[in-house]
Design a protein around this ligand. Structure first.
Ligand code: DGL
Length: 275
């Protein structure tokens, strides 16, 4: 029961692992990437919610003390159900990102970018308006960003061109704060900054969630008090080779050990046929 469990649709959640590791080096981390079913971002809400439940269920059965939903698409679709079913502290990237944006904006115009699933769910919009109903929110799905990052093209001319297209409505809306509402987008920070200009503050949800995890664990009295460094163990649902290859670029360090696992049978998903 001494690990932080973190799951994502694939390897993008390693941007969250990187931040958690930097802030909480003593903690043991269990990471699950559902690489057999990635990407989640173009799927329906029902399907993503079921996947999220299966991912969470796997990690909870490993014995974790806190669950982190690193995947924005999974959090947008499935967080409520996870909170109803699992009795441990559950943290997602959405609320910390929204909170940081509301704290940052001066002109009260906030942009949100993410996968289609995240943007269609309006999860960030809802969270932002709950914190401050006077903020004006402009949302744009940027589905091609995930492929560009996985291809290693985040600083390529193609990425700049795609970013200019996607982000044009946000520039026109004169936002001063932009939430990077997808695990992969912190890898594109430089390109997005070039396109949006220095006057727009980028909110990295991965970084924000790390400090919320720290605060929650202190509050719940479940922080690891040992002085030795924690270990990270990785689980994936497909063959690990590509995960390791691309993931090491995300993490800037070796990824091991990685174990391929089967996620639980979907028929066990509660109320699956009658939501
Ligand atoms: N991890 C996903 C997210 O943050 C991006 C990749 C996917 O579509 O599965 O929304």
């Amino acid at each position: 029961m001494d690990s932080i469990g973190i799951f994502d649709s694939g390897l993008g959640g390693l941007t969250v692992v990187r931040e958690v590791r930097a802030l909480l080096p003593r903690e043991n981390l269990l990471y699950l990437g559902d690489t057999a079913r990635v990407p989640y971002g173009g799927r329906s809400r029902e399907t993503i919610a079921r996947y999220a439940w299966e991912d969470a269920n796997f990690l909870v059965h490993q014995g974790i003390k806190i669950l982190v939903v690193a995947c924005n698409s999974a959090a947008s679709a499935g967080l409520d159900k996870l909170k109803q079913h699992f009795k441990l502290p559950i943290i997602s990237v959405i609320e910390p990102g929204a909170r940081a944006a509301v704290r940052t904006t001066k002109n009260k115009k906030i942009g949100v970018i993410g996968t289609r699933a995240t943007i269609n769910s309006s999860a960030y919009l809802t969270a932002l308006n709950q914190l401050d109903e006077s903020v004006e929110v402009s949302q744009v799905p940027c589905p091609l960003f995930v492929s560009l990052v996985e291809e290693g093209w985040e600083n390529h001319a193609v990425a700049r061109q795609v970013a200019s297209e996607y982000l044009a409505p946000l520039k026109a809306a004169r936002i001063d704060t932009l939430i990077l509402g997808c695990t992969h987008y912190p890898m594109l920070e430089k390109t997005i900054r070039e396109v949006m200009g220095k006057q727009v503050t980028l909110i990295n949800s991965a970084r924000e969630v790390a400090s919320v995890i720290k605060d929650t664990m202190e509050h719940e009295n479940i922080s690891n008090t040992e002085v030795t460094n924690g270990v990270i163990k990785y689980f994936v649902s497909d063959a690990p080779e590509r995960f390791v290859e691309v993931g090491e670029r995300f993490m800037g360090q070796k990824i091991q050990p990685v174990e391929q696992v089967k996620l639980i049978n979907q028929t066990l998903y509660p109320n699956h046929n009658h939501k």
